[in-house]
Design a protein. Structure first.
Length: 248
């Protein structure tokens, strides 16, 4: 058995904490809110028989990912799909868990500054600063990527990074879930119609202009999941449209 605990303290001194218990039967998560006088005002247990990921993103916002369950498993290990449906919750002083959207006005405002909500770093920061503030590994392929727990950071093609090179694109590692219609309508609400797109069967990629930057959604219409990216025009075109046009 393995356990994991995390806690936060809000401005009015309430404490939110969770304890995750991991075993062969899957994960269980106990979420608790405690007032300064010791009163418990929130108590929630989640137990789905497979995996659970959780992280406090602020003193009162938590990200919870529930692993999808394989109904047709034969061996016990086949229950675990490795695919997580992630939701975000605002924890209130009244003990409520209110689900909130990842794509909202705050997301749009940050995108226009070259940032992804709840992801460290920004477009234009140099590799030296990124590495100093975010633990990760540098991987070279067609372009250099710095890989961290929360995100991947792309640079322009180069055989070796010296430190002054600027981040050209950022991809959020955690998927967001929702139908193609739901997710693209949210993005269009804040950024207008896409400026580039690529459709391949049930897979889709759309790019939207966000100030001087571009937001991209890379999704699967069948599994109802997608990844989000932000980058410069060059950064996005290199990642998604290296040979067939892209953002003009």
């Amino acid at each position: 058995m393995e356990g994991e605990m995390q806690f936060t303290v809000t401005g009015n001194k309430d404490t939110f904490m969770y304890y995750k218990d991991s075993g062969r039967g899957g994960d269980s998560l106990e979420l608790v809110g405690v007032r300064p006088n010791g009163e418990i005002f929130l108590e929630k247990e989640i137990d789905n028989g497979v995996g659970i990921n959780a992280e406090f993103l602020s003193p009162s916002i938590i990200e919870i990912g529930i692993e999808r369950y394989n109904e047709d498993y034969v061996a016990m290990g086949d229950r675990f799909t490795g695919l997580f449906d992630t939701k975000y919750y605002q924890l209130t002083k009244d003990g409520e868990m209110i689900e909130i959207d990842y794509i909202d006005q705050e997301f749009a405002n940050l995108a226009k500054k070259g940032q992804l909500k709840w992801v460290p770093g920004n477009i234009g920061m140099n590799y030296k600063s990124l590495k100093a503030n975010n633990k990760g590994t540098l991987e070279y392929g067609e372009i250099p990527f710095y890989m961290t727990l929360k995100a991947s950071y792309a640079f322009l093609p180069k055989n070796k990074l010296e430190g002054t090179e600027a981040v050209n694109a950022i991809g959020k590692n955690t998927m967001i879930t929702g139908s193609k219609k739901e997710l693209t309508e949210k993005l269009q609400k804040y950024f207008g119609k896409p400026v580039a797109e690529k459709i391949n069967g049930n897979s889709y990629v759309y790019a939207y202009k966000a100030g001087q930057y571009y937001v991209v959604i890379d999704g699967d219409g069948i599994n109802k999941e997608a990844y989000l990216y932000i980058g410069t025009k060059n950064g996005i075109n290199i990642l998604f449209w290296p040979f067939d046009g892209g953002i003009k």
